[in-house]
Write a protein that binds this ligand. Structure first.
Ligand code: ZN
Length: 679
């Protein structure tokens, strides 16, 4: 055992405005977490003893939440982007402590009673405090505050086990993905692969003193192989490696097999729902969402399925005819890219030289300035966790500070796959804690190789806009209570509104010419290419739609059953959902569920449908700009005030109606996706 470190020695306990990431060592983690939790436990005990709660009392409780968030956010972030075995061990050792603290707080009857007292006083007042108390009471109930005796204890154990199993799921996936590599010495086998991928693979081989190319299994490499590798055997190898990650058939076999964790997670979730009096985990999940009932969600997804499946079938038929042979699962992306080239005279890789990362970022920041009147500037990045990390400060045009964000944009080992926005600091405007919000914007793009800048595909650009949309939601909040500021407290099925809304701008001619500059000539993307890019926007949209519906329905049905699925049942359900909605056949070795981290490790359990649900809101919100002008200042200001500023302080539907002047409509999404308006 080590001696505890004091505040001066431990960067996690420093009162800096930003975490000292580079200085954080695994041995700092547990002492810092214990020290903060001890202090906040004592503070909570004092609050629980207060006779009459007031707004100041509420603010004190908010300070406790944020204090725990401030120590845990950097640890959890480093665990996702700079994982080492020591750091992971420290994270895993502290996860139960954090979970226990949250459960203790959520089940604290004294604190809960004071919320009830407050809610009676605020019944006629409304406002931010009333919403905070309303959501607070809901969350106490979901944390099991009403449970007593054995069920109360069992609920605590279930929550602990779930947190640990979900973290393990993610760690297995990261390790299994990092463990795969493919060394190639014959150039011919790599025919068709883009130069950015080849350059990286050459560099990786050279670092290992090998000739040829060393290919890894991160998203940029996988996607490039699937879309561009002419060698069918290479595509099949990659499809197999990707779709068997963290399964008994993948790299490492049983060592990182997530199948037992899937069973445990589903059983634990089901038990937690039952303990709280819900029929299923899906019902529990809906307690924090916009959607009213499980039936409403399923009907929504099936309706979209009916509208898109015919189109998807026709697209697959066309692709098959184009290829001149039946398509295997690893052929679809490859022939899609080929057909797109022949149909639109537009190759994905042809656009890449125009999307140099620095230019895309500066164009994106200009867009944010135009729409929302904010200025974004690169700032010195004190204490980054990786040399490629950059910090940006955000201010209003009048100079008042808004917040800031870190970018960590390149794929590398020991970093979770995918793209996401995460909270570093929440906005807080409470008596002894005032701070502006700070976000993490994380992607997994191809890193720059040699002298050339990082070059993005258009689909990377859309991803960047998406995560930047989440970041704006976090940064432009005007709510002073951290637990309902930014994305906090927002119904999960509305959280993807700002992100998917902003994606629309990545398709607009005015924006495309601002975010592009050829890396050799400086020339922006030519008008004819912008036109063909837009003409191709709904190309194979049916196939893309049914794929998302397959994920959403699988997730929702998996969590909606009266008894938990397990073992072969999980894969049988996936096969049934695929038979219902999918049109591309998957081989029997496909173990998609084992890498479905969104639902088994992230927050999308019985909530993957949220992408489609919020896409309705996003497309409808964007249609207001199409009606009044893409850069219309008044509309943008209303979007900022009604949607981005309010966080969880208003119900999502009220916020939407406030912006749009009416309830959301499905029409704009159907038009955008090129789907049938009526059925
Ligand atoms: Zn998102």
């Amino acid at each position: 055992m080590q001696e505890p470190l004091d505040r001066a020695d431990n960067p996690l306990l420093a009162k800096n405005p930003l975490p000292a990431f580079a200085a954080i060592r695994p041995e700092h983690i547990e002492p810092a977490v214990r020290q903060v939790l001890d202090a906040e436990r004592a503070a909570l005990a004092r609050l629980a003893a207060v006779g009459t709660p007031t707004t100041a009392w509420l603010k004190n409780l908010e300070r406790i939440h944020e204090s725990v968030q401030r120590v845990w956010a950097p640890i959890s972030h480093l665990n996702s982007v700079a994982s080492t075995s020591e750091l992971r061990a420290a994270f895993n050792a502290c996860l139960p402590l954090i979970t226990e603290f949250e459960t203790d707080l959520g089940q604290n009857v004294e604190v809960y009673r004071r919320f009830v007292t407050l809610s009676e006083g605020l019944r006629h007042g409304g406002g931010v405090e009333a919403q905070l108390v309303k959501l607070g009471i809901r969350d106490f109930k979901l944390a099991g505050v009403a449970l007593e005796g054995a069920p109360r204890q069992r609920y605590r154990e279930v929550v602990q086990s779930l947190a640990a199993r979900q973290a393990e799921f993610e760690q297995n996936l990261m390790d299994a993905t990092d463990a795969f590599s493919h060394h190639v010495t014959e150039r011919a086998k790599l025919a068709g692969l883009p130069e950015v991928v080849l350059g990286r693979a050459r560099q990786a081989a050279a670092e290992r003193d090998l000739a040829g190319w060393w290919l890894v299994l991160d998203a940029p490499t996988y996607q490039a192989v699937m879309s561009h590798a002419e060698d069918e055997a290479l595509r099949e190898l990659y499809y197999r490696a990707w779709s068997t990650r963290a399964s008994e058939l993948g790299e490492g076999g049983e060592r990182w097999n997530n199948a037992p964790l899937i069973d445990e997670i589903l059983a634990l979730r089901h038990e937690s729902a039952k303990l709280l009096g819900f029929a299923s985990y899906a019902e529990l999940s809906l307690a924090t969402k916009m959607a009213g009932s499980a039936a409403e969600v399923v009907e929504f997804l099936k309706d979209l399925g009916q509208r898109s499946r015919g189109g998807a079938r026709a697209e697959l038929k066309e692709l098959t005819e184009f290829a001149g042979r039946p398509l295997a699962a690893w052929d679809v992306a490859f022939y899609s890219e080929r057909l797109k080239q022949s149909r639109f005279d537009l190759a994905e890789e042809e656009l890449r030289p125009y999307f140099t990362l620095p230019r895309v970022l500066s164009g994106l920041f200009e867009l944010a300035q135009t729409l929302f009147g904010i200025r974004i500037e690169a700032a010195p990045t004190a204490s980054p966790w990786h040399p490629s990390v950059q910090y940006y400060s955000v201010s209003n045009v009048d100079g008042t500070p808004v917040g800031g964000f870190y970018t960590d944009l390149f794929a590398r080992a020991n970093k979770r796959g995918g793209a996401w926005m995460d909270v570093c600091r929440n906005r807080a405007g409470i008596d002894d804690l005032g701070q502006t919000p700070v976000a993490h914007l994380v992607c997994n793009f191809n890193p720059p190789v040699g002298e050339a800048p990082s070059l993005l595909t258009h689909s990377d650009v859309v991803t960047l806009f998406h995560e930047f949309g989440h970041s704006l939601h976090h940064l432009l909040t005007e709510v002073d209570y951290p637990t309902i500021a930014g994305i906090n407290g927002v119904a999960w099925d509305a959280v993807e509104l700002p992100s998917q809304f902003l994606e629309n701008y990545a398709w607009q001619a005015e924006v495309l010419s601002r975010i592009s500059a050829h890396f050799e000539t400086g020339e922006p993307l030519p008008a004819d290419k912008i036109e063909t890019l837009n003409a191709s926007r709904s190309f194979l949209a049916g196939l893309a739609m049914v794929r998302q519906l397959e994920f959403a329905l699988f997730d929702f049905e998996l969590h909606g059953a009266e008894a938990p699925y397990s073992g072969q049942g999980v894969y049988d359900l996936l096969a049934k959902v695929r038979a219902d909605v999918a049109v591309v056949a998957h081989p029997p070795f496909n173990r998609f569920a084992n890498s479905f981290a969104h639902i088994f490790a992230g927050g999308y359990a019985a909530g993957y449908y949220s992408y489609k649900w919020a896409e309705v809101l996003a497309a409808d919100a964007f249609s207001a700009f199409e009606e009044r002008g893409l850069f219309d200042a008044e509309t943008a200001d209303r979007f900022r005030r009604s949607i981005l500023a309010v966080g969880g302080s208003r119900d999502a539907l009220d916020a939407f109606v406030d912006f749009r002047g009416r309830a959301p409509e499905l029409g704009p999404l159907l038009r955008q996706a090129g789907l049938e308006p009526a059925h």
